[in-house]
Write a protein that binds this ligand. Structure first.
Ligand code: PEP
Ligand code: MG
Length: 588
């Protein structure tokens, strides 16, 4: 073993985009500015308002330039940057800042910070992680205005050395878009962020390994340090030993090899050795993920989370915006099925569009289908857009968080109302398309036989189903250890859902995280799912397992697994069986 010049440091974050990368650290310093706080004399107020006006104008010019540059790349980052530009005109921000300068006689920098803090508070109680993370957008915009007020250079373009690992406290959407576009970045590490932060989403879409939420990484890593990251496990090694580096390179080699094998099987069906065929679909949030999903062999879209259309803006998208987004996805999928889930947000999750109400238990509150049934116009706008878009491809519509038949009936009848209205108005809407439900509440799983009579398909959302069935808050780290997809209660519910679907002759899919985790593939094969939907990188691995297994053997494994009582025993047994068969491939 060689003597290391610098001690090795190991950091743990959140694996946000799978893959392994090794490279030299490039630090992108976007740290918080210290905001000067000054009291103004009465005769200074006018001048301060002028300073604010100039800074806003400058920010507008910069964001327009940035948007134009990113637009040449033809991706959705443009929309995020446009949302930031629009914020510069939002009365909630600008009028409030002006008011503070005039009324409290404080300097513009301080006023911007105070207002942005207030806006961010409104996001605090939002149960949904990615809406909560939209606080970032407020920060990005506020930061830009403050930097411009202070005459600091706002450097939107950065030259990153080939193969570098970019380390930052946080990355703006503009940063990430530019960096990924330049095609030189080997990976990302950020101090903050979660699975659904901008960095994570863009990195995943572009298949660049990323670890987010890595604590104080940007302070602990120095420019030029050798950094090895594992975007699947969320680990970061700084100045690794030769031994660690070799292990990393080995993982990287295996990952690349399995990707290569996977890509070779892109056009092959996921069919077991005894002929059981499962359709493998992709989960998506942005249209820009489609090329990667197709390259990995996605046969359709199993879940399009339309909440992302609401990202970074404070008024809901118009019908036309919804329509254009759906049309694009349907067209790019060229006739393959596209399952679009209607808005899945909670009562306080539409920034600026609704009265903000705090709920004691947001996960049990007005979310998913309940929210849109209480906010009909929002729902109708989306339904009209879906009906119009249906002429452009193979659409399936799915309602989230259905807990009983009456919700499904109400949602369907609203869809039919919209269909008739558009029909009467002579708007082209195409033929009928399948309308299904997410099975993600225990009540839906238990009465699946009844729901199957009224739904055209099921898609099991295990992320929520587990949260509600096992009474574990998805966001709470303290109870994360109880997240057990192989808990006997979950397996029994899944069995019930699949057999209800079979009895009614409707297809049954799974689109929660469980669907893409290779450890569970044989269990899902045995249970009899027709479709599994997951992120791009997971498709080849899951397909590889299905193609090498028999359903008969999988059924034996499931039977024995279900003879155990504790989730730990079941999990240990299934892991061992999977390890014995596929462990050597490094996919588990
Ligand atoms: C789920 O709950 O499993 C699911 C797929 O939906 P989401 O993660 O968007 O709640
Ligand atoms: Mg869900």
């Amino acid at each position: 073993m060689s003597v290391q010049a610098t001690p090795t440091l190991s950091l743990k974050g959140i694996g946000a985009s799978p893959g392994v990368a090794v490279g030299r650290a490039f630090l992108l310093d976007r740290k918080r500015l210290r905001t000067p706080k000054l009291r103004l004399a009465e005769n200074e107020v006018e001048k301060e308002l002028m300073r604010l006006k100039t800074a806003l104008e400058l920010s507008e010019v910069q964001l327009t330039e940035l948007k134009n540059k990113v637009a040449q790349d033809g991706h959705d980052h443009e929309l995020i940057i446009e949302a930031h530009r629009l914020m510069l005109h939002d009365p909630m921000l600008v009028d409030e800042v002006r008011k503070l300068i005039e009324r409290d006689r404080i300097n513009a920098e301080w006023a911007v910070r105070r207002v942005s803090r207030k806006i961010k508070h409104l996001f605090d109680n939002i149960p949904d992680e990615y809406f909560r993370e939209r606080r970032q957008d407020v920060d990005y915009v506020a930061d830009r205005i403050v930097r411009n007020l202070m005459g600091q250079v706002v450097d939107d373009e950065v030259e990153v050395p080939e193969g570098a690992i970019v380390v930052a406290h946080d990355l703006t959407p503009g940063d990430t878009a530019m960096l990924v576009k330049s095609g030189r970045v080997a990976g990302f590490v950020t101090d903050v962020g979660g699975q659904t932060s901008h960095t994570a989403i863009v990195a995943r879409a572009r298949e660049t390994p990323a670890v987010v939420g890595a604590g104080r990484a940007s302070e602990q890593i120095s420019p030029g340090d050798l950094v090895a990251i594992d975007g699947t496990r969320g680990t970061v090694l700084v100045n690794p030993t030769d031994e660690q580096l070799n292990l990393f390179r080995e993982t990287m080699r295996r990952h690349l090899a399995s990707e290569q094998v996977g890509l070779k099987t892109r056009d092959l069906p996921a069919v077991s050795t005894d002929g059981y065929r499962i359709r493998l679909n992709g989960n998506m949030e942005f249209a820009e993920e489609i090329p990667s999903l197709l390259a990995h062999g996605a046969e359709g879209i199993g879940l399009y989370r339309t909440e992302f259309l609401f990202l970074g803006r404070d008024s809901p998208p118009t019908e036309e915006e919804h329509y254009q987004a759906y049309r694009r996805v349907l067209e790019e999928m060229r006739g393959a099925p596209v399952t679009i889930r209607t808005l899945d947000i909670g009562g306080d999750k539409v920034p600026g569009a609704r009265r903000i109400e705090r709920e004691a238990n947001p996960a049990l509150g007005l979310r998913g289908i309940r929210f849109v049934l209480h906010n009909r116009e929002l729902f109708r706008v989306q339904l009209r857009a879906l009906l119009r878009a249906s002429v452009h491809g193979n659409l399936r519509v799915m309602f989230p968080l259905i807990s009983g038949s009456s919700e499904l009936r109400e949602a369907r009848s609203e869809l039919e109302n919209c269909r008739s209205e558009l029909g009467r108005a002579g708007v082209p809407i195409g033929g009928r398309f399948p309308v299904g439900i997410m099975v993600e509440t225990p009540s839906a799983a238990v009465i699946a036989d009844r729901l199957a009579l009224e739904a055209d398909f099921f898609s099991v959302g295990t992320n929520d189903l587990l949260q509600y069935a096992l009474a574990i808050d998805r966001q709470n780290r303290d109870v994360a250890y109880l997240y057990r997809p192989l808990h006997l209660s979950v397996l029994r519910m899944l069995q019930n859902v699949v057999s209800a679907a079979r009895a009614s002759g409707i297809p049954v899919a799974m689109c929660g995280e469980m669907a893409g985790d290779p450890v569970y593939t044989l269990v899902l094969l045995a249970l009899g799912f027709d479709e599994l939907s997951m992120t791009a990188g997971q498709i080849p691995v899951v397909k590889g397992i299905i193609r090498r297994a028999s359903r008969a053997e999988a059924t034996q494994i499931l039977e024995q697994a279900m003879s155990y009582s504790t989730a730990e025993e079941i999990e240990r047994f299934v892991r061992n069986e999977m390890d014995r068969r596929f462990g050597a491939d490094g996919v588990l």
